[in-house]
Design a protein around this ligand. Sequence first.
Ligand SMILES: NC(=O)c1ccc[n+]([C@@H]2O[C@H](COP(=O)([O-])OP(=O)(O)OC[C@H]3O[C@@H](n4cnc5c(N)ncnc54)[C@H](OP(=O)(O)O)[C@@H]3O)[C@@H](O)[C@H]2O)c1
Length: 291
Amino acid sequence: MNTQPQVLVLGATGKVGGKVAQLLAESKQVKAIAGVRSPQKAKTLQEQGIEIRHLDLDKQDTLVPALEGIDRALLLTGYTVDMLKQSKAFLDAAKQTGVQHIVHIGASGAPTNEVAHWGWHQYIEKYIESLEFSYTHLRPEAFMKNLIDFGWLNQGVVTNYIGDTRWSWIDSDDLALVAAETLQKPDIHGGKIYPLGYDTATMSEVAKILSEIIGKPYRIETRSPADFLENMLKFGAEPAYIHCVYTQFKLNIANQIPNTDATFDNFEAITGRKPTSWRGFVEKYRQELTY
Ligand SMILES: NC(=O)c1ccc[n+]([C@@H]2O[C@H](COP(=O)([O-])OP(=O)(O)OC[C@H]3O[C@@H](n4cnc5c(N)ncnc54)[C@H](OP(=O)(O)O)[C@@H]3O)[C@@H](O)[C@H]2O)c1
């Protein structure tokens, strides 16, 4: 009989959840179970020995069966305003089936109430608390991988929508490491809110680091937040969420969001490792970043 804590990982066919599931499976401290809506995307997870359960956050009847016997869960949603109703449905089902600990992937906790999707994540945090789960709230800053995943880098050109703003950044693999640790040790990390951002850079500085490490010229091309919005809508982004990001960029350029370059010294204490710098990230993803 398996007496290990059972951990359900959402988003396991995506970037952060996929890495968390892999780390948990490797650690062997808990049993990792992936809750996925597209089983055909889950073959690699299966090959890693991870149990797959069908779960679609938009289909309420899939939630309780997927949560059967689960002790802890990683709550992660996609880039959509539906995150609010999806998270509520998931948390209600998790309460019903007796889940103890929730680790939630949120977003920046920067002190502004004008960037709505940051607030949406904080509503979800409050809902987790109101249901009296043990919890760990993770608040990552911008992912370095956005450069690769969102098409912000093309043939040596870094598209810059944020003017001279200096952002705080995190390698999403580091976020996954923190999530995996907190899922394995809820006794240590319960009741904690962790802001996660470990290196700062403007887009010009990112281009400079790319040039230095890859040894080819990289430059920025500055575009307006309105261009960003238009492009993202054209490629099918969910309108409400992407409007929030558009607002964030506009406020960034107007220098109206405080502490955009805040970094935090909690990574080593949580994981026992050093966080990834921009230079380290470029070394690690050299192949994807080169042209
Ligand atoms: N990018 C940033 O700079 C940044 C910064 C701070 C916080 N975040 C947060 O990071 C999270 C995104 O993480 P990520 O980059 O790992 O995302 P991702 O790679 O886009 O993966 C999203 C995952 O969610 C799954 N999913 C979406 N809708 C679902 C549904 N209805 N039911 C079940 N699963 C569903 C997807 O499944 P499919 O494979 O089937 O689509 C996929 O596995 C978001 O909550 C975002 O707010 C991002």
